[in-house]
Design a protein around this ligand. Structure first.
Ligand SMILES: *[C@@H]1O[C@H](CO)[C@@H](O)[C@H](O)[C@H]1NC(C)=O
Ligand SMILES: *[C@@H]1O[C@H](CO)[C@@H](O)[C@H](O)[C@H]1NC(C)=O
Length: 360
């Protein structure tokens, strides 16, 4: 009896070890090398702490500790560290985490969890070239891919954001406007950027619940416009296509939705569609580049084929036969999307820290 109890306990304990949360994985045992992944993430955390404490305004270990390293907490609790400095350290950490995933969780590089890891680079790295992030977005219909390739939305949002600047500085257009028209034109540029992002969310992932993709923030902006006047007013005066928001370089939006003409909402939460990636997509070694610095990846446990393939979530998904057949692995279904109102942070010179990332 005592022996049986012990056995049960040890089983329970081993189950806890297996279901270890690392990064965005609630259960990192879906990775080829979960141990390696954990060690790598811990190392990234340690380096992040020293980055903050050694580079940001003389460092503030007490604040770091009180905030448990959370960047938005540190930005509000100890503003002397400097938001740009915190972001650059966060950027380096995120790049290290991409390395961790590519090395130890190479069999999940098309997963929703990996895409979220890549998304952090967008939110924290100054002027990052998104095309540089490996496996992000993943190729169409990739084995084990996330149900929504939301990296594509991030890429387009960045293009839309860039076009907003172009729109606001379009000398040719500005020349032809009266003083009255000018402010309406400016608002139209902003409103079209909101509409383009909303449209991208609905068009890229029509089956996914848009709330999971951060749609509510952008929809709210679109409803209220810049001064409480609905965006549709300005978008009628200055059609978004005429303002260039339909151009390929601006994200290529075809139909510009307003809150009144949105397509039906998808209902699915994010999940991985299943299938086993049995060998590293980019081979046993490869490099990727962040800024100007090449980062060498050596894949670990290349022979470990993990057969737990897809994640099911608690969402109200209605399709997904692959989903019901898949092994539940307990990956998280937390929401994603560019941080609300996030623009790519302006590049501020933060000396040595920036030098580390970009090799200046
Ligand atoms: C994915 O597969 C479907 C069905 O085979 C196909 O219609 C679609 O074009 C593919 N998408 C991409 C991006 O390859
Ligand atoms: C559709 O999704 C948006 C974004 O999450 C939400 O604000 C809206 O209420 C939803 N509409 C319906 C009819 O559920």
């Amino acid at each position: 009896m005592a022996f049986k109890l012990f056995l049960l306990l040890s089983l329970a304990a081993s189950r806890i070890v297996l279901a270890e949360k690392v990064g965005y994985f609630d259960d990192s045992s879906v990775c080829a090398d979960p141990k390696g992944l954990k060690t790598c993430y811990e190392d990234a955390d340690t380096r992040y702490a020293s980055c903050i404490n050694n580079n940001c305004a003389g460092g503030d270990p007490a604040c770091y500790k009180a905030c448990n390293g959370d960047s938005s907490c540190m930005a509000s609790q100890c503003p002397n560290l400097g938001i740009d400095c915190i972001n650059v350290c966060e950027c380096i950490k995120n790049a290290n985490e991409i390395d961790c995933m590519a090395e130890s969780c190479w069999n999940q590089v098309y997963s929703c969890e990996y895409q979220k890891t890549g998304e952090n680079l967008v939110n924290f790295c100054p002027k990052v070239d998104l095309e540089q992030i490996p496996f992000w977005p993943f190729p169409g219909n990739a084995t084990g891919g996330c149900s929504c390739n939301f990296a594509k939305i991030d890429l387009k949002a960045t293009q839309i954001n860039n076009h907003l600047t172009t729109c606001g500085n379009d000398e040719k257009a500005l020349e032809q406007l009266t003083a009255d028209e000018l402010s309406d034109y400016g608002r139209a540029c902003i409103c079209c950027s909101y509409s383009a992002i909303v449209s991208t969310i609905w068009d890229e992932c029509p089956n996914t619940d848009p709330a999971v993709l951060g749609a509510d923030y952008w929809l709210g902006q679109l409803k209220d416009g810049e001064d409480g006047e609905a965006c549709s007013t300005y978008m009628e005066k200055f059609p978004c296509k005429k303002l260039g928001f339909g151009d390929e370089v601006a994200g290529g939006t075809d139909t510009f939705y307003t809150p009144d003409n949105l397509p039906k909402n998808g209902t699915e939460k994010l999940y991985n569609t299943g299938g086993v990636v049995s060998s590293p997509v980019s081979g046993a070694t490869f490099t990727w580049t962040l800024g100007t610095i090449a980062r060498a990846i050596t894949v670990s446990s290349t022979d470990n084929v993990v057969t737990a393939t897809a994640t099911t979530t608690t969402g109200s998904d209605s399709s997904g036969s692959s989903q019901s057949a898949a092994t539940e692995t307990g990956a998280s279904a937390t929401s994603t999307g560019l941080a609300a109102g996030c623009e790519i942070p302006a590049l501020a010179i933060v000396g040595p820290v920036l030098a580390i990332v970009y090799g200046l």
